[in-house]
Design a protein around this ligand. Structure first.
Ligand code: URA
Length: 428
């Protein structure tokens, strides 16, 4: 006889009760080993979505998910570690310049990343557009690269938080992704098990983000910061705008190209601003306060770290990136000022052009995506190129174009435009 059964736990949460520590430990472990059925866990996930969990329950749930798998240990490294997690946005290539930049400042960055699903891109998909680059590293390879280069971006192995892997797939098909306790414990179980010493969370808010409104984004950020801090990881969160896509491109290879521009000292101002803001937080979390990351972008040392990081994983940083076979230009409809470029519309268009996948097993096109030639606040002239759509399969243009209809506004010249701040708040 086990000490609990699934129906008892489901009924407790259905009726609005707090779950006990032993109920939580039991249900997470039993689900991972297959003793709680998928339909029972889906009922429990829905009860959690509807009735919530308090901070104590979320912390225990997170600990149970960590205990379902292995934990990594970076204590043998000669430098401190810091990691960043973004809740996902459109044109969000920040990890690419950020990891080598922070490494160039003396802090090791163990970045376990994922592939994209839906309208937000995945860091591994972007890097796989570099000829030869490989995402899969053994723990030994990862440790050696962290010691030598200082930065690793690779796929998370199956051993970290296996309970989350199972539960996330279930939530995806049962309408229970949006529960804040489940999102926070899912993200933080992986980050705590990864073993980083400090963590910076980039919690996105806006049309192109998971969290469309600030109140929910703030609640998610506060919950995750409390989980990290409680587990001994120095954790801060920035709330950042995701109503406009980041930079000037969304896709895979085209986002690598934009990241390289940033590492070369150029690139779009918003990508540079967010990269530096997150780098400063990561360095502070690791106790490094005497290095200005802007200097490391300017003196080329961040670029050197990028070249070494790509080479260490088999990639050729000098190789030409793939070019899309077909392109289609969308022009500005009138003279005036661009007052809105909707992140969700751009993200969905990039996805429909082939940059993203609908199912986990789908391939992505390395060269597909969207480039935009103006940002909100810029003056445009009727007929000038506003967006360029890129794909290898021209039959994709029509649906991508339809997605972008209503996704931008051009107002008469002289219309006042107030930019919204990129970094909305900091939560520690
Ligand atoms: N990312 C995760 O890893 N988990 C979630 O639940 C949501 C986003």
């Amino acid at each position: 006889m086990s000490e609990h059964d699934a129906v008892e736990v489901i009924l407790a949460k259905r009726d609005g009760h707090e779950l006990s520590e032993s109920q939580i430990d039991w249900v997470v472990a039993a689900y991972t080993r297959g003793d709680v059925a998928e339909e029972q866990m889906s009922a429990l996930a829905m009860a959690i979505l509807l009735n919530g969990m308090d901070r104590r329950e979320i912390a225990r749930w997170t600990a149970a998910m960590i205990a379902s798998g292995e934990r990594m240990d970076f204590s043998s490294l000669s430098r401190p570690t810091s990691d960043k997690h973004s809740t996902g946005g459109v044109g969000d290539k920040i990890t690419l310049p950020l990891a080598p930049l922070v490494a160039a400042c003396g802090v090791a960055v163990p970045q376990l990343s994922g592939r994209g699903l839906g309208h937000t891109g995945g860091t591994l998909d972007k890097l796989e557009s570099i000829p030869g680059w490989r995402a899969a590293l053994s723990t030994e390879e990862m440790l050696a690269q962290l010691e030598d280069v200082g930065a690793v971006i690779c796929a998370a192995g199956d051993g970290l938080a296996p309970a989350d892997k199972k539960l996330y797939a279930l939530r995806d098909v049962t309408g229970t992704v949006e529960a804040i306790p489940l999102i926070a414990s899912s993200i933080m179980s992986k980050k705590i098990a990864e073993g980083t010493g400090s963590l910076v969370l980039d919690v996105k808010v806006g049309t192109g983000a998971f969290m469309k409104d600030q109140a929910r984004a703030r609640e998610l950020a506060e919950t995750m910061v409390a989980l990290g801090t409680g587990a001994g990881v120095r954790t801060v969160a920035l709330l950042t705008d995701m109503s406009t896509p980041l930079g000037l491109s969304a896709g895979n290879g085209i986002e690598v190209a934009e990241s390289v521009e940033v590492l070369a000292g150029g690139g779009p101002a918003d990508v540079v601003e967010l990269t530096l803001a997150l780098a400063r937080e990561m360095l502070a979390g690791a106790g490094v306060t005497d290095v200005d990351p802007a200097d490391r972008l300017a003196d080329g040392s961040a670029m050197d770290a990028w070249v070494r990081m790509i080479r260490a994983q088999g990639g050729d940083p000098q190789a030409a990136l793939p070019i899309a076979r077909e392109s289609h230009v969308v022009t500005a409809p009138a003279d005036g000022v661009l007052t809105r470029l909707d992140a969700m519309a751009v993200g969905l268009a990039a996805w429909r052009l082939g940059a993203g996948r609908a199912r986990k097993e789908d391939p992505v096109q390395a060269a597909a995506g969207v480039r935009w030639h103006a940002r909100p606040g810029d003056m445009v002239r009727a007929g000038q190129p506003l967006l360029t759509l890129l794909t290898d399969e021209p039959e994709r243009f029509e649906r991508a174009r339809a997605t972008l209809e209503g996704g931008y506004d051009v107002a008469p010249a002289g219309t006042s435009y107030t930019p919204s701040p990129l970094v909305i708040d900091r939560i520690s």
